[in-house]
Design a protein around this ligand. Sequence first.
Ligand SMILES: Nc1ncnc2c1ncn2[C@@H]1O[C@H](COP(=O)(O)OP(=O)(O)OP(=O)(O)O)[C@@H](O)[C@H]1O
Ligand SMILES: [Mg+2]
Length: 335
Amino acid sequence: MSENILIKVRDLEVNFYNNERCNKVLRGVSFNLEKGKIMCIVGESGCGKSVTANAIMGLLPDLSRIEKGEIHFYDEGKDIRIDKLKRKGKEMREIRGNGISMIFQDPMTALNPVFTVGYQINESLLYHKMAKNKTEAKEQSIRLLKDMGIPLPEKRVDEYPYQFSGGMCQRAMIAMAMSCQPKVLIADEPTTALDVTIQAQIFELMLKLKNEKDAAILLITHDMGVVAELADNVAVMYMGNIVESGDAEAVLTHSAHPYTKALIQSIPVLGRGKKQDLQPIKGSTPDPYNRPKGCQFAPRCEFATEQCKEEMPPEMQLEPGHYCRCFHSLTGKVG
Ligand SMILES: Nc1ncnc2c1ncn2[C@@H]1O[C@H](COP(=O)(O)OP(=O)(O)OP(=O)(O)O)[C@@H](O)[C@H]1O
Ligand SMILES: [Mg+2]
């Protein structure tokens, strides 16, 4: 196994149990996160991106269960099975403190309402030994808020989360997650609703973390422009499966799965103006409680055959490092 792998997810299956109904949200997800690489996960709403991220953080809700599969964190020679750890246990908390950091999709839930924003950043800096004492921590907190484009940081640092707008909470949380220089950073739609300049600054900080600290970054985003600019690897998810994955260049420029192609044509690229020829993906995602038998995309796919409707396509290698779950990806039938 490559020494560069920090996170290895294998055949992960996660079910949610609601009112005695079972929703098979992840259906055999596998991927690696490597040192010094950014992997982007893309896919429509509800396909399982956040559940994948939360599983790595050991933060799945109580109504869900890991049914199968493995999540490994390779931390300085130690092989830690995250899927076996207690979600609220000491070991998991230590990993969340020292190894893997996450920027959550919903920033309001991640800051503690009873402490000032500055206090929370200070504590994080002191805990991770990024600052020697409280004075130094406060100086750094102010600088971090300033870097995130928060006006009047000297004043804002003493305010509570409820005094911050949603966008400012998000920026404070990003400052906190990045300031402890994690080995693995998981960013779940970190810049939604932030303006383009701030977004660019945040991506700049992520690149710095990747290049200077050799961190592995898992970036969940809807923005293909961001993917094209930042991703080393891309995983395309549909209804709980990774349907295509590989080098960003390969997946974006010679995508093989009909879903990947449709997705690329359907998503606007920020900053490219209104003149984009966007094609919405035909049909809608199936009811998760009443899934198709074979390929999950078959009901929406113009290339679907009887085999696609009956059998789930296995992962096939198209070229070194480029994988696809489509029976037609090797035949050249998919235009
Ligand atoms: N707390 C929960 N309770 C019940 N079901 C849930 C919960 N969280 C997720 N799910 C189920 O898991 C599926 C995947 O959810 P997830 O949040 O991972 O989607 P996502 O890909 O992150 O979507 P989005 O782009 O909208 O953030 C959802 O469609 C939903 O059915
Ligand atoms: Mg999500």
